[in-house]
Design a protein around this ligand. Structure first.
Ligand code: 4AD
Ligand code: MG
Length: 500
């Protein structure tokens, strides 16, 4: 009977067949231990030398990493083993003996791994992350479907800018230049006037020239849009939505998060109400003593850690050179040293940047946009997500509603995730007044004719409305506690990275 590893608990004592790939192999002469993965989990399969295993025992001893195989055997419960079960093997059918699989247990540089992304996500860490992604995407759809939103698919070929003209990718559309969609928002705004509550969910594109830990050129965004909603209503939906995502991921993926080293208790603390501050208050925090103290503490802690890591690397190197060290110990020491060197390189960059970030914060322009490092500071000074509202209109898109009391500000909101992850949601109430919106289009140097259809929404039954966009990858990086966004998507697209 063919079964999946995830279902083994229902088959203890039975003979089953697993279909998978060889994750890891070790042998002791009389026994070969094959750790098999099948996409649902890992299981150690033990082949004992003997008359019954004679026809395949030697082949198993030589089997290369990631060989494909069918393994038959008796299931034994064993809480000490990965996945909690072990197979006592009675038969092995090798589908293909793979040789020289490029991603070995030895350390590889990050560039190498991402050039082998088509194989890389067979690795455990990547597998755990992409499983959480699956659930995140499912919960995003589930949340809006349960709450009365209609899904509206929006086009990817876009005739005009939705989010500022600096980050447009242009493509040749039968001889005419058009763009890859930066957002589906303008189209869901039209749809919310037909359906009340709608959302779009799909890939979006930004020609981001910045090579940061937070930027992709192709990322997935969900964008709800609600008729008769003001800024407070938009914020209430965003808060409830985030809580529901966090609860779902916690309930389905505790083990995955723990494997990834995520501080699960910190996620458990994510509860409404989130903090809510204005852009002016954010500016005060950035220019004030708390921000400075935070970065000074960082500088001291990180510098101390650099010295510690340098010492550890030197120790590992000395140990590896000492006499009597076995080959496997040398490999382990080299792997540890490589990890430490990676940490060191990261720390050195961070320490170099801190003085610059301190300066940016101390001199923060109350009429300017929050930069990545500013967002990090604000979010690290709070233990729950922070809504930052009412940015200066100059740093936000043309469609945002001008604030009634202060026409230099807009009714917008950015949600900053905790632990320094920065913005995961951007949203706003939309300008519903025809004349003001037209003026804003002109102020931003956009061509009114391109937006004629969009202006129609203000001519025929205009109402207050609003919505937001949540980026899947930034949200996943936060949920899983990842340093870099590139691990959150099966095939990351970044400046200078398009293979495979
Ligand atoms: O703040 P943004 O640009 O907002 C919009 O696109 C609006 N049209 C949304 C709306 O109101 N309907 O982007 C929204 C979110 C960000 O908060 C971030 O999570 C993600 O999209 N995002 C990116 N993620 C990865 N790489 C990039 N280059 C991203 N740019 C935005
Ligand atoms: Mg934004």
């Amino acid at each position: 009977m063919i079964v999946s590893i995830v279902d083994l608990s229902r088959h203890v004592g039975q003979t089953v067949t697993l279909q998978g790939w060889l994750y890891h192999r070790r042998d002791s002469g009389k026994l070969v231990f094959l750790v098999v993965r099948d996409g649902t989990g890992l299981c150690q399969c033990v082949v004992a030398r003997g008359p019954d295993t004679d026809s395949f025992f030697e082949d198993c001893r030589r089997l290369g990493q990631e060989s494909s195989l069918r393994v038959t055997g008796v299931v034994r419960a064993d809480p000490k083993q990965v996945g909690g079960h072990e197979l006592t093997v009675t038969h092995v059918e090798i589908v293909q003996n793979a040789e020289n699989y490029p991603i070995t247990p030895k350390p590889h540089g990050i560039d190498f791994l991402f050039r082998h992304r088509h194989l890389h996500f067979r690795s455990r860490r990547q597998w755990h992350i992409l499983r959480v992604r699956h659930t995140l995407v499912d919960e995003i759809r589930g949340y809006f479907n349960r709450n009365g939103y209609t899904l509206i698919d929006t086009p990817i070929f876009a005739p005009s800018a939705g989010e500022g003209s600096q980050t447009l990718f242009s493509v040749d559309y039968f001889g005419e230049p058009v763009f890859l969609a930066q957002t589906g928002q303008l189209y869901v705004e039209a749809a919310c006037m037909a359906f009340g509550k709608v959302y779009c969910f799909g890939p979006t594109f930004r020609a981001e020239k910045s090579k940061t830990r937070r930027h992709l050129t192709e990322f997935w965004m969900v964008e709800p849009e609600i008729a008769y909603a003001d800024l407070d209503a938009v914020i209430a939906v965003a808060e409830d939505f985030i809580c529901s995502i966090v609860q779902r991921v916690l309930s389905d993926h505790r083990a995955d998060l723990e494997f990834l080293g995520r501080d699960v208790a910190a996620l458990e603390r994510i509860r409404a109400p989130f903090y809510r501050i204005t852009h002016r208050q954010a500016a005060e925090i950035l220019r004030g003593p708390k921000a400075r103290e935070l970065l000074e503490r960082d500088l001291a802690q990180k510098s101390a850690r650099i010295a510690e890591v340098q010492k550890l690397i030197a120790e590992k190197e000395t140990q590896a050179k000492a006499g009597g060290v076995k080959e496997w110990q040398k490999e382990k020491l080299a792997a540890d040293a490589a990890d430490l060197r990676e940490e060191l390189a990261d720390l050195e960059v961070e320490v170099q940047n801190i003085p610059h970030h301190m300066q940016l914060a101390a001199n923060f322009d109350p009429n300017g946009d929050l930069g990545g490092s500013d967002e990090t500071i604000i979010s690290r000074l709070h233990d729950r997500p922070v809504f930052v509202t009412h940015y200066p209109k100059g740093c936000k898109a043309f469609y945002m509603k001008l604030n009634a009391e202060d026409r230099t500000r807009v009714n917008n909101v950015d949600l900053l995730a905790p632990d320094g992850y920065g913005e995961i949601i951007g949203g706003s109430q939309r300008e519903e007044d025809l004349t003001t919106l037209r003026d804003r289009i002109h102020e931003d140097g956009l061509n009114e004719a391109d937006y004629e259809w969009y202006l129609d929404l203000r001519r025929y039954g205009t109402v207050p409305h609003g919505g937001f966009g949540l980026g899947v990858e930034r949200t996943l990086a936060w949920l899983c506690g990842l340093k870099h966004i590139r691990e959150t998507i099966p095939y990351p697209r970044m400046m200078g990275k398009i293979y495979p």
